[in-house]
Design a protein around this ligand. Structure first.
Ligand SMILES: NC(=O)c1ccc[n+]([C@@H]2O[C@H](COP(=O)([O-])OP(=O)(O)OC[C@H]3O[C@@H](n4cnc5c(N)ncnc54)[C@H](O)[C@@H]3O)[C@@H](O)[C@H]2O)c1
Length: 464
């Protein structure tokens, strides 16, 4: 009898595992999905606080010259100590168009150009580049980044950096083994309101930050046709879960000092049916030709080790105004960015004179808000705002992001966003899908720092 019970227990265990071959999968234990955190392989070292030797001029190889990569060429050539020396896309005409853009910007054409399916490998193998900058479809991010690091290059990867937990570990392990930076280009961390609120939070204006919210709510109707080979629609068609979590998650994780004092611990996700998503797929592939997987709205709740909570949402198919939510709930104050920026700093009346008055806790007036925002403007925004707004790129945040990346590499400083940020924020792509596919079961998240999540003291943007 005892033997039968052991065999049954083993069988249940095998059924409830996933990806155990790689050691990066999960098991279901006590009605929770528990992801493994495998031990660090020999020969690797933590990348927390990592800085490399200063680089005089950061020579960049840019892969992917579609919408995002081509727009990076409006910014990179004008950043001091940056030089675009190699270009690559599937299509030679996109490379040529990008070369022409460099000429129009008054800088030399890139020395090296590549095209075709595997041109990116030759780019990564070059001896005269320092940084590979990737703006390609999601599934190509990690394989390209790993190859680039293995060929001695630092990498900057568009969002999300990875689409599976196994890929997240591949980024972490390769970065730790090769001692190369791996930054995900999460530009929303550099928007002006977010930077200033981060500064306010670090100076205690919100008290203890107990809950934060972020989202990617953006009706992509005008954009679906532009993605090369339909990659984005295909990914959404085939996957449930929050497939694009990092714009919402990045800035709010910085507020909570994730892996710099706290860590994301347990996640639960839930989605709606695919109402507009299915209609969009019917329009594209023919009525009933495909089952569209991605729910119109996906909500994910995350609880941290230190008892804080995070709510993120993903919604790209409903006709609603753009919204990244960005909300901060603290013991002494509140901030909210959409639909219009607002601050409430606990100055409301404590006496409720009329039980119908729900407004005792009020937003600051616009003038008061603006004067607080001006007083607490983040030093980085203070330094770069004018030029950033002029150059643009989502209002200027893209320029600040690229400038900070080059500044840190040039000065040999730790980057603002490290490989653990890239892995933690991107892992939600898979973790949310797995939670949903198990009836919104809680997921115990992997710890990409392997137990070192409270070694650093808070989020800091390094300056020389
Ligand atoms: N941070 C942001 O605000 C933001 C905004 C838009 C897009 N993105 C991200 O940028 C990335 C690219 O998105 P996009 O909108 O530019 O898509 P896109 O389809 O317009 O461009 C992708 C480019 O990659 C090229 N490509 C595909 N396979 C390749 C290969 N093997 N070698 C070289 N090039 C290859 C394609 O030809 C295309 O030019 C995505 O990860 C997306 O999530 C980020």
């Amino acid at each position: 009898m005892k033997r039968i019970l052991i065999l049954v227990a083993l069988a249940v265990c095998v059924c409830a595992c996933n990806g155990t071959d790689s050691g990066y999968g999960y098991r279901i234990r006590d009605n929770r999905i528990v992801y493994n955190t495998p031990p660090r392989p020999a020969g690797q070292q933590s990348m927390l606080g990592f800085a490399c030797d200063p680089i005089d001029t950061v020579r960049i190889g840019l892969v992917g010259l579609g919408d995002r990569g081509y727009s990076a060429l409006k910014r990179l050539p004008i950043i001091e100590y940056a030089s675009v020396v190699a270009l690559c896309d599937l299509f030679p005409d996109r490379v040529e168009k990008s070369q022409e853009r460099l000429e129009k910007m008054g800088v030399p054409r890139a020395l090296h150009e590549f095209s075709g399916d595997d041109g990116w490998k030759s780019l990564c193998e070059l001896d005269d580049i320092d940084l590979v900058y990737l703006a390609v479809p999601w599934q190509l991010h990690t394989p390209m980044a790993v190859y680039a690091m293995e060929h001695g290059k630092h990498v900057a990867i568009e969002v999300p950096a990875a689409t599976t937990v196994e890929e997240c570990w591949a980024l972490v392990n390769t970065s730790e083994r090769t001692r190369r930076h791996c930054m995900m280009l999460e530009n929303c961390c550099y928007d002006f309101f977010e930077l200033t609120c981060l500064n306010m939070a670090q100076q205690g204006l919100f008290g203890e930050v107990v809950h934060v919210e972020g989202s990617y709510c953006h009706n992509l109707a005008p954009w679906w046709d532009g993605y090369q080979g339909d990659w984005r629609m295909i990914y959404n068609r085939d996957h449930r879960g929050d497939v694009y979590p990092t714009h919402g998650l990045g800035p709010v994780c910085q507020l909570l000092n994730i892996h710099r004092g706290d860590r994301m611990d347990v996640l639960v996700s839930m989605d709606t049916d695919a109402f507009n998503g299915q209609a969009k797929a019917d329009e594209r592939y023919g009525e009933g030709a495909v089952d569209y997987a991605n729910g119109d709205l996906t909500a994910t709740l995350i609880r941290t080790r230190k008892g804080k909570s995070i709510l993120i949402e993903h919604n790209v198919v409903e006709p609603r105004p753009y919204n990244r939510m960005y909300q901060i709930v603290g013991t002494k104050g509140f901030a909210s960015k959409y639909p219009r920026p607002g601050l409430a700093l606990g100055a409301g009346s404590q006496e409720v004179l009329d039980s119908d008055d729900l407004d005792a806790e009020r937003f600051l007036s616009d003038a008061q808000r603006d004067s607080v925002l001006a007083a607490y403007k983040h030093p980085i925004a203070r330094e770069m705002e004018d030029l950033a707004r002029k150059v643009g790129g989502h209002g200027g945040m893209d320029f600040i992001m690229d400038s900070r990346l080059i500044y840190c590499l040039h000065n040999g400083l730790p980057l603002d966003e490290d490989v653990y940020d890239a892995a933690e924020w991107s892992s939600v792509v898979e973790l949310s899908e797995v939670s949903i596919r198990h009836g919104s079961m809680p997921v115990v998240m992997p710890d990409f720092t392997r137990g070192e999540w409270d070694r650093l003291d808070g989020v800091r943007f390094a300056v020389k």
